[in-house]
Design a binder for this molecule. Structure first.
Ligand code: G3H
Ligand code: 13P
Ligand code: NA
Ligand code: ZN
Length: 328
């Protein structure tokens, strides 16, 4: 069944686990995630960006998730709008049947320019008022995602602020988080702790100076009843990078968020963990491998089957590591 984010994360908080939120754009990704969720007896968050709705088309995305709900009746599924750029985008998601929306007011509507605190409070508060009336949950964001190494949101084709960000913008302030939650009433809050979107997060294995896991506890202490969300949480598996490179891909040296650091974050109060890039890497690696090893193959299902299996295995690993397995 479809469920809202709030009850799902309330259960996660009560039982000390985290729920991965996987980005979806097409049938294969949705099938991979649901296969893993069913196998692990885990609840799941499917999240779609505005870009996903544009890629698949709103009716296709809506119907694909409807099909998942029908085919997996025992799995609790939350359908979440990722990075809603405006109240209008959030309302469109609600009309489309989403049970949860993210109003990302940390950036202006272009999702490139850091917004003022007052703007963020105002747009987020408006979305909470609308969503609450129809039982839909709301995630807000305070602080800007970005690298503490470079002071930027990350690689060019990633999603995030343009230009440079100062240290204060890159780390969510616990006091301000308390004020933000009091003024908006969000169910969940995305925090900035040095992660960024995409494959190029860190130039080396992250340590505490560039991945501020310890800040999570300080924020959680101020807002114990608001569920914390970690964006940019792909681990960027070196095994998949190697497979992609072995088969003609060009991905530079890069490091993601180690799974054990996310697990530490969950112990400090993180309940929702956003993952897109890891599924992209696994699917791309698997497809490149089949194409290289079976040059005579021309049925796209052969590539997509391998991609689906690779994505499923990533999802299963995350459900297990985050303590989400067995919680459906
Ligand atoms: O927020 C970033 C997610 O990875 C979604 O990316 O806008 O390319 O769908 P996208
Ligand atoms: P990754 O790029 O690390 O997978 O992050 C995805 C994300 O935060 C979507 O909102
Ligand atoms: Na989100
Ligand atoms: Zn994100």
């Amino acid at each position: 069944p479809l469920i809202a984010l709030r009850p799902l994360l309330d259960h996660a908080a009560e039982h000390d686990y985290g729920v991965p939120a996987f980005n979806v754009n097409n049938m294969e990704q949705i099938q991979a995630i649901l296969q893993a969720a069913q196998a692990c007896d885990a609840p799941v968050i499917l999240q779609a960006s505005a870009g996903a709705r544009k890629y698949a088309g709103e009716p296709f995305l809506r119907k694909l998730v409807e099909a998942a709900v029908e085919q997996y009746p025992a799995t609790p599924i939350c359908l979440h709008q990722d990075h809603g750029a405006s109240p209008a985008v959030c309302v469109q998601a609600i009309r489309s049947g989403f049970t949860s929306v993210m109003m990302d007011g940390s950036l202006r509507e272009d999702q490139k320019t850091p917004a003022s605190y007052d703007y963020n409070v105002e747009v987020t508060r408006r979305v909470v008022e609308i969503a609450r009336a129809v039982g839909v949950s709301v995630e807000g964001e305070l602080g800007c995602l970005g690298s503490l190494e470079t002071g930027t949101a990350g690689e060019e084709d990633g999603v995030g602020a343009e230009g440079t960000l100062d240290h204060a913008q890159l780390l969510t302030d616990p006091e301000q988080a308390a004020d933000f939650v009091a003024r908006t009433g969000v169910d969940a809050l995305a925090i900035a702790i040095g992660t960024s979107h995409g494959a190029y997060k860190f130039t080396r294995q992250p340590t505490g100076d560039i991945l501020a896991i310890d800040r999570i506890a300080a924020i959680h202490a101020k807002i114990p009843n608001t569920h914390l969300v970690m964006h940019g949480s792909s681990s960027v598996p070196q095994e998949w990078l190697a497979i992609i490179r072995q088969h003609g891909g060009a991905i530079r040296e890069t490091y993601g968020v180690p799974v054990e650091e996310i697990v530490r974050g969950i112990r400090h109060g993180v309940r929702k963990i956003n993952i897109d890039t890891d599924i992209r890497l696994a699917m791309t690696g698997a497809m490149r491998k089949v194409m290289a090893e079976k040059p005579e193959e021309f049925d796209p299902r052969a590539f997509l089957k391998a991609a689906t299996a690779a994505a499923r295995d990533i999802c299963r690993d995350r459900f297990e590591a985050f303590g989400c397995a067995g919680q459906a």
